[in-house]
Design a protein around this ligand. Structure first.
Ligand code: ADP
Ligand code: MG
Length: 622
């Protein structure tokens, strides 16, 4: 039998290699930008046409190449970055495999112009499908320009695999952002079809983040800084209230390289446990610096996956550093970031002596007494708190469930037993201390939206809506036994579209656990005969509609998720809103209930519920 093995020509081998390195225009962009970085450029331009299909050009002012290097760089395994195998463990450059340009040149028409700083003339190389067509001297600025035209012109299968221009362009944009973010001292610009998308000027990391993502990002993050023998960490993690429903903007860099590392990402996310709602994710821009000999970046051709020798230590350090940042800037300090926007306390006029706050409430008031006294108590104010706040509706039966505790005046007379708190007991500003401090203190309301109360540790400011949302959420979520239902005198009909009616049908069994009693009349009409105490009958349809849309939005299938989604939705809708006048007893009850929560600082929608201004800072608020 004759021999059947043959050695593939370089052009074919390069095309095969290209499949790994360049699978879409964005990968070519990555390689070219990284080469410009490695060349020491301080100014880099990226120009694309038709999302990189017709043209990808990167122009840099880096070191440039000699005539022969400009030819040689397109050979496979041609690299100036490593010389021997040992160098693999001391990598300080983005590239080192010497295959990017060879791969790109195998599947495109490439025009390179390059000039070294000390040369009068540059050199131009034209290469198509690994074939050098021309090399000539040329006049050009120093640095290198590589134009990649008609990517995949000779690999139609690959070309046909490309997605719509908008998708390919968004991949390119993502690559551009990753590289621009971590190389914040370099000027970058990005043009697409003649339009300038980014024009970034060198600055620090925070400046670059806000140049790329917008000025609003300046307010959204806490800094993280930690230095140990194993790793130096610096970056920014989002404040809990800016967490998101998807893992969009999570940037992890190691030694100036963007990486994907599920375990290290999990370390950062773990620091947010109990601070942000389930299925919400933080945004972060985290830079790690480790000894290059302790990582292996050569486990994948695109080098976005790396292996760490000290992975478990890194995990612990990263999580602790994130936690520290969140803790340092959370309860107690956070308001100092932006005191004026959060609470608008006008300066007192000169010589003004503030009167001592007065607490007005009716100690004899019992919400469940069916007499006129209850109604004439100073409970419902001009703007009217939600009807159920203190209102003993004639047709409701007395209830004694957890539902009533928020507005249950009985508590005023006999303070509730100490709650079992699950907060960290080591917290010096312990939640239970705070609770003790606030339960009996008089409160005032600002802008009908914030409750303010004095404590020995400072001025406590609570966002009434966010706080009540948290209280209700935990109450629903922990309702292990059935919540008592209040029967309606007149049943209320609710109507849905056929599709929504199907969903509502599914949710009905859960709703029963929260005090609703619901039957159906036909396919799309439901009759509600009982509700939990704090629900207005007139708003039932709206409440269910919103709940269904929240449910659809969350697209949750698992039972536990469904419950969370329901609890969140109900809490959001039933919570007392901003711009609602609250009475003293109501405010004190919110304070007391809030500090009984497991996670009092954040609402289930991720909003901050409270802030404390320490006494020494009060006068610093201009
Ligand atoms: P690698 O980056 O892994 O070394 P590449 O194929 O990307 O491999 O590039 C091959 C070589 O070409 C590089 O090692 C470098 O010496 C040279 N080179 C590529 N791009 C540039 C550039 N923009 N400026 C200067 N030299 C470059
Ligand atoms: Mg390279």
């Amino acid at each position: 039998m004759s021999d059947i093995i043959n050695i593939l020509p370089d052009s074919v081998a390069n095309q095969i290699a290209a499949g790994e390195v360049v699978d879409r225009p964005a990968s070519a962009v990555k390689e070219l930008l990284e080469n410009a970085m490695d060349a020491g450029a301080t100014k880099i331009q990226l120009i694309v046409k038709d999302a990189g299909r017709s043209l990808i050009q990167v122009i840099d002012n880096g070191c440039g190449m000699s005539d022969s290097d400009a030819r040689l760089c397109f050979e496979r395994h041609a690299t100036s970055k490593i010389h021997k195998a040992d160098d693999l463990y001391a990598i300080h450059t983005m590239g080192f495999r010497g295959e990017a340009l060879a791969s790109i040149a195998a599947i495109a028409q490439v025009e390179l112009k390059s000039r070294m700083h000390d040369s009068e003339l540059g050199t131009q190389v034209i290469i198509e499908g690994s074939d050098v067509k021309e090399q000539t001297p040329c006049a050009c600025p120093f640095g290198t320009s590589i134009a990649v035209k008609n990517l995949f012109y000779n690999v139609p299968a690959r070309r046909n695999f490309l997605k719509k221009d908008s998708i390919e362009l968004s991949h390119i944009e993502e690559i551009f952002k990753r590289i621009a973010l971590i190389n914040c001292d370099i000027d970058f610009s990005f043009h697409s079809n003649g339009r300038i998308l980014y024009d970034l000027h060198g600055g620090n990391f925070a400046e670059r983040i806000s140049q790329v993502f917008g000025e609003s990002y300046r307010e959204r993050f806490y800094p993280v800084n930690e230095s140990t023998d194993i790793v130096k960490i610096s970056g920014y993690v989002s404040k809990p209230e800016f967490s998101r429903k998807s893992r969009g903007e999570q940037y992890l860099f190691v030694n100036h390289r963007f990486i994907k590392h599920p375990a290290l990402s999990a370390a950062i996310e773990k620091a947010y446990t109990d601070i942000i709602p389930e299925h919400y994710y933080p945004t972060y821009f985290m830079r790690l610096e480790v000894d290059p000999s302790r990582i292996d970046v050569n486990i994948h051709p695109t080098k976005t996956e790396v292996k760490f020798i000290d992975e478990s230590a890194l995990f612990a350090i990263l999580r602790a550093a994130t936690k520290k940042a969140l803790g340092q800037f959370s309860l107690g300090n956070e308001l100092l970031f932006n005191p004026i926007q959060e609470v608008d306390i006008p300066p007192a006029p000169k010589g003004y002596v503030p009167p001592q706050p007065q607490v007005h409430y009716n100690p004899d008031y019992n919400p469940f007494e069916m007499n006129g006294k209850a109604k004439t108590g100073n409970t419902v104010s001009s703007k009217g708190v939600t009807s159920s706040f203190f209102q003993p509706t004639e047709h409701r039966e007395p209830v004694s469930s957890k539902w009533t505790s928020f507005f249950d005046i009985e508590k005023e007379k006999t303070p509730p037993p100490d709650p079992v708190l699950k907060m960290d007991s080591g917290d010096e500003n312990g939640i239970d201390d705070k609770r003790e401090q606030v339960v009996h203190n008089p409160c005032i309301q600002i802008k009908n939206s914030f409750i303010v109360c004095s404590m020995p540790s400072g001025l406590l400011i609570v966002d009434q809506q966010a706080a009540h949302e948290r209280i209700l959420f935990e109450r629903f979520n922990s309702a292990s036994e059935q919540v008592a239902a209040q029967h309606l005198l007149f049943p209320v009909n609710c109507q849905f579209s056929p599709a929504d009616a199907d969903i509502f049908n599914e949710l009905c069994s859960d709703l029963k656990g929260y005090g609703f009693e619901i039957g159906s009349i036909g396919q799309t009409t439901f009759v509600v005969t009982a509700t939990p105490p704090d629900v207005k009958e007139s708003e039932l349809q709206q409440l269910f509609d919103k709940m269904i849309s929240d449910y659809k939005g969350s697209m949750l299938q698992k039972f536990s998720d469904r419950k969370q989604c329901l609890c969140r939705s109900l809490a959001r809708q039933m919570a007392v809103k901003s711009n609602t006048v609250l009475q003293q007893t109501e405010m004190q009850q919110i304070m007391a209930d809030l500090f009984c929560c497991q996670v009092p600082q954040i609402s289930p929608s991720g909003k901050k519920t409270m802030a404390i201004v320490p006494p020494e800072k009060i006068l610093n608020i201009q």
